[in-house]
Design a protein. Structure first.
Length: 330
């Protein structure tokens, strides 16, 4: 197992997302440095799960997630601040969502008032937008709708990753005592997982340029997506197979910040997510797995994950590996 510590963007030393620090923040191992930090980092972290690769084409996404969330958060702070000043709502009923059609122009005087009199606005701007290059940084950020489409397209391919992890975890949990299978010390490795997912439908004929609904994607496609998503594979598996609600929500939504704040305050759900992830990393470590992982503090309770044993048909597929694994390259 290889350990991941930080996510770095651009010039050496410019850290956009420190994964270990984010885990400490989301796991309530440290307090927020400024209002809204937990919400911003949660959305960045969820975006990193979808785009964990370090390639130039993908490492921008956590940076864009930070900027989009910061801009949306500032908009919300502004609405609440002036609604409070102008008595536009009851004291115990803050405005919900942002209606851009009815907001006054963001004049320089209005912005200066916010920066002078509202610490949350000042902190978010200085720590997140100002530190990333100011308003010019927002020019290179995709429109929320475009950002959402990229996230949703990525999510559509994540079942490939979760299927591979599911096989490996099931093998570790259920095959160590199977005399027919336990002799294979490599039975839980990546190649065996590729074969397991591919072999049962490999003879199904597909249409040109399109995979049939009942046919697995090719092992080449599996490897392509594994290379893109390996860094967050265990997180993806938990979300796809065990019901954790940690994919990024749409940013092109008037209630985006309200929903994100609600999720960031759900301490129980986040701790369960991190605890389940820690359980997986420790399970794969004991089995000498070759995955990458983010360290989780020992103080976060581990949450065991259960899987179902292999069926007779699945055991038959596993038994075909030695004789047919070379056909994956044909």
């Amino acid at each position: 197992m290889r350990r991941l510590n930080t996510y770095v963007f651009g010039k050496p030393g410019i850290i956009i997302l420190d994964l270990q620090d984010v885990v400490a923040l989301l796991g309530h191992q440290r307090e927020e440095a400024f209002e809204g930090e937990r919400a911003v980092r949660l959305f960045q972290f969820r975006t990193w799960i979808a785009f964990p690769a370090f390639s130039d084409s993908e490492r921008n996404y956590p940076r864009w997630a930070e900027l989009i969330t910061a801009a949306k958060y500032l908009d919300r702070v502004e609405e609440h601040f002036f609604a409070d000043r102008e008595g536009l709502h009851e004291p115990d009923e803050p405005p919900v969502g942002v209606n851009l059609n009815h907001k006054p122009p963001q004049t320089l005087n209005r912005i200066e008032t916010l920066r002078k009199d509202n610490r949350a606005y000042r902190d978010i701007y200085d720590r997140l937008i100002g530190r990333r290059g100011g308003l010019l940084a927002l020019l290179s950020t995709p429109a929320p709708a475009d950002f959402d489409r990229a996230i949703n397209d990525r999510i559509d391919h994540m079942h490939i990753i979760s299927d591979l992890i599911d096989y490996r975890l099931r093998y570790i949990q259920h095959c160590s005592d199977n005399p027919k299978l336990s002799a294979d010390q490599n039975g839980a490795n990546h190649n065996h997982a590729l074969f397991f997912c591919w072999w049962p439908t490999h003879e199904v004929k597909g249409k040109r340029g399109k995979t049939s609904p009942n046919k697995s994607v090719s092992t080449k496609t599996m490897r392509t997506w594994w290379n893109k998503l390996e860094g967050s594979a265990l997180f993806i598996y938990l979300i796809q197979n065990h019901g954790f609600r940690q994919f990024p929500m749409d940013t092109d939504d008037d209630f985006f910040v309200d929903n994100l704040l609600r999720d960031s305050k759900d301490e129980t759900e986040i701790l369960r997510f991190l605890g389940a992830y820690a359980y997986l990393t420790e399970t794969f470590k004991k089995a000498h797995g070759d995955l990458v992982y983010v360290p989780i503090p020992e103080s976060i309770p581990r949450v065991p994950i259960s899987t179902s044993p292999f069926s007779e048909a699945e055991l038959e597929t596993i038994s075909q590996y030695d004789e047919h694994y070379t056909s994956m390259t044909e």
